[in-house]
Design a protein around this ligand. Structure first.
Ligand code: AG3
Length: 279
């Protein structure tokens, strides 16, 4: 008997991976958490049935959400990660010796526990001494923070369920206030191919645009996310992702990234016409 995992991308599109084994299933206070071992993509973490990370393609997402802002401001010292329970974002941040401290706020402890157990190569820096991990609601956590972080990364689920409030005007305003003068916000911003995701992309982009001086979107190709064409948001108080790109300073870190490089950084902000027309 063959076992297949399926995520329904739209009413008319399904994405399936052939499964070797169902390694974990649990219901937390917030969502359903599952780990599957797949033939093509290695281990897969799903939340409420939706793909969050796979061993094989997680590097694309985590490179893009972390190294893009780091190359625009290589002097970033203090970072806030909201969500990101699998640990991939924190792992990439910890590669910079120059980053002094990361606060990570993940609402669901079960996600971190499962990542520690089943995804050691992704979660390896969750307990790094430069990281303070809070199992709290990021929306509440950020309210008391003023002028504190050089970078905020919102590494969330889709805007349904526990992630919903991370796409609101109030939350983006709190992010703006929590950032320093050179502050940057990056977030996962859904896709543009299917209407449901495109609507969310437009909705969140419009909110951010009204709050931040600079607000752009950039793309990454993530094969296990709906349509494989995925977008990220880049917002800041004054730094432009292209004009202020510090390519030499970033390359001097000599990180040997698997996906990100300077050419790709520039290309990622070149948005196709059909997306430009929607936002
Ligand atoms: N964040 C999830 C992105 C949304 C995927 N959506 C979907 N499959 N419908 C990923 C967290 C990685 N640290």
């Amino acid at each position: 008997m063959e076992l297949w995992y399926t995520e329904q991308h739209t009413d008319n599109v399904k994405f399936s991976l052939k499964v070797k084994d169902h390694l974990f299933t649990g219901q937390s206070e917030f969502q359903k958490v599952d780990v599957l071992d797949t033939f093509e993509y290695g281990r897969l973490l799903t939340l409420d049935g939706l793909v969050m990370v796979t061993d094989k393609d997680e590097f694309i997402y985590h490179d893009m959400i972390v190294h893009v802002p780091m190359a625009v401001n290589p002097q970033i010292k203090k970072v806030l990660v909201i969500g990101g329970g699998d640990g991939g974002t924190v792992r990439e941040l910890m590669r910079y010796k120059s980053i002094e401290h990361v606060d990570m706020v993940e609402i669901d402890k079960m996600v971190c526990d499962v990542a520690r157990e089943f995804f050691p190569a992704i979660s390896c820096d969750l307990d790094n001494e430069r990281v303070s991990l809070y199992y709290e609601d990021g929306i509440k956590f950020i309210k008391s923070k003023k002028n504190e972080y050089d970078l905020i990364i919102v590494d969330s689920t889709d805007p349904i369920g526990p992630g919903e409030g991370l796409f609101s005007v109030e939350f983006y305003t709190d992010c703006f206030n929590a950032l320093t003068e050179n502050g940057i916000l990056t977030n996962q911003s859904e896709g543009a191919m299917y209407e449901t995701h495109a609507k969310e992309l437009v909705r969140s982009h419009n909110k951010i645009k009204n709050i931040f001086t600079i607000s752009k979107i950039y793309q990454g190709n993530i094969p296990t996310y709906p349509s494989g064409y995925w977008l990220f948001g880049f917002a800041s108080k004054k730094l432009d992702p292209i004009k202020d790109l510090q390519a030499d300073a970033w390359n001097a870190f000599n990180l040997k990234t698997k996906y990100y490089n300077t050419d790709l950084h520039v290309g990622a902000f070149a948005i196709p016409n059909f997306v430009k027309e929607t936002i």
